[in-house]
Design a protein around this ligand. Structure first.
Ligand code: G4F
Length: 312
């Protein structure tokens, strides 16, 4: 996986136990072919990307290479290793491919809620690169008969979320203030709304998608949207604090073009996959605050020190 500002390999090793890691780089076609040849997988999940939206303005070309063209390289590695020729010969076996598409492709929406038919109007180089990967996945399905699908995932969060994303920035900020390490939390646009769900529920949806008889794309989200301000209010209240006393808005965190409001229509996933989210917004926010209170108490306030690195 190509490096983002928040290296995760050490974190991954702690979580994976005896799962074997094989190196591959989305910028390097040969390394991906070698990885697929070595592992001979039944399923490939491409969750790798430059995924932090503000970074995609700072490094637009790299975002296009990693988040967009990286999808092409993974699909090509699967195609080549499966012996599928450009003339659509059947090839050996069928490696199933999952692409992590995103609600950021909807961007500036004119229709709410968003489903699989809603048009795309991405608002960042990240959203544009993801739209390329999304259409390419469809194209490889149609061109080569590959089992290649996209999950159009709305925001999915957990205590493992990077500290640059707003949910974790808030849960860590609340914990730092509650424990007396900080007094202030600096945020950007409090009026943007997102459909936030629990990442564990979304991983279940990915697995269900690859277990279907026929390949198809699905919108995955809760169908409920909240403003950043509501997230902030709920998180501070859970710790017995009033956010008005601590939150400062800072233009450094305002984006050149914002996605104002996203809300999923996950009806197709419910009807065809039998998928429903198990965790709601309030439980998610409180769980993240509790996890960070515990983490900071155990580490003496040293955890999550990537604050200040997330302005664009
Ligand atoms: O947490 P965010 O940075 O997530 P965003 O941009 O919606 O994207 C995330 O979800 C997408 C959908 O799954 C993924 F494709 C993408 O890779 C990423 O995981 O920001 C959420 C909202 C934005 O409107 C932002 O402007 O929160 C607003 N916000 C307000 N203050 C802030 C802040 N976001 C961040 N990161 N930091 C702030 O201080």
């Amino acid at each position: 996986m190509a490096g983002q500002s928040n290296p995760r390999v050490r974190h991954l090793r702690q979580l994976l136990g005896d799962v074997r890691l094989v190196r591959g780089d989305l910028l390097d076609q040969g390394s991906l072919i070698a990885a697929v040849e070595r592992v001979q997988p039944d399923e490939v999940y491409n969750l790798a990307a430059i995924s932090y939206v503000p970074m995609s303005w700072q490094q637009a070309e790299l975002t296009g290479e990693v988040t967009g063209l990286g999808v092409l390289r993974v699909l090509e590695a699967i195609r080549v290793c499966s012996g599928i020729s450009a003339s659509r010969s059947p090839g050996r076996g069928q490696i199933r491919f999952y692409q992590a598409s995103t609600s950021e492709m909807f961007g500036q929406v004119t229709v709410t809620p968003q489903n699989e038919q809603t048009p795309f109007h991405p608002r960042s180089p990240y959203g544009v690169a993801k739209a390329y990967g999304h259409f390419l996945t469809q194209n490889y399905r149609e061109s080569y008969g590959m089992f290649a699908v996209s999950g159009i995932m709305f925001n999915h969060e957990s205590p493992r979320r990077g500290a640059e994303f707003v949910t974790r920035k808030v849960s860590l900020g609340v914990a730092k203030i509650k424990l007396g390490y900080e007094r202030q939390l600096r945020l950007g646009n409090l009026h943007a709304s997102r459909d936030w769900g629990f990442a564990g529920d979304y991983v279940r949806a990915m697995q269900l998608m690859l277990g279907q008889d026929q390949p198809a794309d699905y919108v995955i989200g809760t169908g409920v949207t909240h403003a950043v301000e509501a997230l902030v209010e709920r998180a501070f209240r859970h710790a017995g604090l009033d956010w008005h006393d601590h939150v400062v808005t800072d233009t450094a965190f305002i984006r050149p073009a914002e996605v104002d409001r996203l809300c999923a229509d996950p009806a197709k996933a419910r009807d065809e996959l039998g998928w429903e989210p198990k965790m709601g917004f309030e439980e998610l926010v409180c769980m993240m605050v509790d996890a960070d209170l515990e983490l900071l108490a155990a580490s003496g306030g040293l955890a999550g020190d990537s604050f200040g690195t997330d302005s664009w």
